[in-house]
Design a protein around this ligand. Structure first.
Ligand SMILES: C[S@@+](CC[C@H](N)C(=O)[O-])C[C@H]1O[C@@H](n2cnc3c(N)ncnc32)[C@H](O)[C@@H]1O
Length: 337
């Protein structure tokens, strides 16, 4: 039995595209039509990163006996690596999960694995994952710009790529700016809340994925301190034809004087240091989308309650960060400052 998204045929193509963009479509099985409904096979491994109801609230998850598309299927990267490197996987030196940004793949292999083996794994990924280049994370995201060091393993040694998610396109340079494809579902969630009269302030915009996800707003101020991010953000504004709405600002957000009714604080590790600034920016009655790292939501809620009168509209775990630590999202409505 295969997990499937059951949707009305009228929403079939839109849902299939959203599932594909969020790496949730299981291409090994055929989509089936029964009556007025389509059953779209799901990639179970990636389901943990995305809440399907954010993609389309009408999706129902059901199990279905679907026919496999190919009789002779190419083994997946995960299948090959699990067999060849079981011990190293169990020891936490090689991860089966990886990121795909545009046509580039980023693997997680420890420095303790020798260079020859790292390259061998890179070549396996290059053959089995549709992509043009393979890299590995050489460090954690670090510094003010939240960028990680990378090591090239296979294919093209190029770090600029075009990523597609949620119906928009983004230029990303994986060596110069922060970008996580795992936040695609979160961006969709925020984008859906945006109204046509909203003025959004994206305090830590990077190349602009949250800003562009909020494209229904009246105006969007997109701020970042990394000049490479702002350069790519400007290209992305043009690429998505949003010159009339998005205002890119290269600056430390603490130096910027703007106001808005929806503030996005996507700097999980340090956002707690910027709460006063967010409260200066947000208008009374507005919403702050706060991202932080923690075991639970308590500290973040206490922090906001110590600084203003607020109401928690929604809270969710976005992804895991370390053992027992998560990237958390909390939407605060600011009642009184
Ligand atoms: C975690 S990244 C998020 C980028 C983007 N929102 C995304 O989802 O891809 C945080 C961003 O905040 C920027 N940043 C860090 N400190 C800043 C500051 N004081 N003022 C403005 N931007 C800052 C970094 O350069 C980085 O691009």
């Amino acid at each position: 039995m295969i997990l499937c998204a059951k949707v009305h045929i009228k929403e079939g193509e839109k849902t299939r595209r959203l599932l594909l963009e969020n790496k949730l479509l299981n291409k090994n099985y055929k989509i089936v039509k029964e009556g007025n409904f389509l059953y779209i096979p799901l990639n179970e491994e990636n389901l943990k990163n995305v809440n399907l109801k954010d993609l389309n609230p009408n999706i129902e998850i059901v199990e279905k006996d679907l026919k496999s598309k190919e009789i002779k299927r190419k083994p997946s990267f995960r299948e090959v690596i699990s067999k060849r490197f079981r011990k190293e996987i169990d020891e936490g030196l090689i991860a089966l999960s990886y990121d795909v940004v545009g046509d580039l793949v980023i693997l997680q292999i420890s420095d303790e694995i020798d260079e020859k083996t790292r390259k061998e794994i890179g070549e396996i990924a290059y053959k089995l994952i549709p992509c043009k280049g393979v890299f590995r994370r050489k460090s954690e995201v670090k510094g003010e710009f939240r960028v990680r060091e990378l090591e090239h393993l296979a294919g093209e040694n190029r770090t600029l790529t075009m990523h597609k998610e949620n119906g928009y396109r983004l230029w990303v340079d994986i060596a110069k700016v922060y970008f996580s494809p795992r936040l695609g579902g979160e961006r969709l969630r925020i984008g859906k809340k945006v109204g046509i009269d909203d003025v959004v302030v994206d305090m830590f915009a990077g190349v602009g994925p949250f800003s562009i996800a909020c494209r229904n707003a009246r105006k969007i101020y997109s701020i970042d301190i990394n000049p490479h991010a702002i350069e790519l953000l400007k290209k992305n504004i043009k690429l998505n034809k949003l010159e009339h709405k998005i205002i890119p600002i290269l600056s430390d957000v603490r130096e910027v004087d703007v106001k808005g009714n929806r503030v996005i604080m996507n700097l999980p590790k340090y956002a707690h240091e910027f709460v006063d600034k967010a409260l200066e920016i947000v208008e009374k009655g507005g919403v702050v989308h706060y991202y932080t790292i923690g075991e639970d939501f308590d500290d973040a809620i206490k922090l906001f309650e110590s600084k203003c009168e607020c109401e928690v509209l929604e809270k969710k775990i976005v992804k895991s960060y370390a053992p027992k630590e998560y990237v958390l999202a909390i939407d605060f409505k600011i009642l009184e400052k």
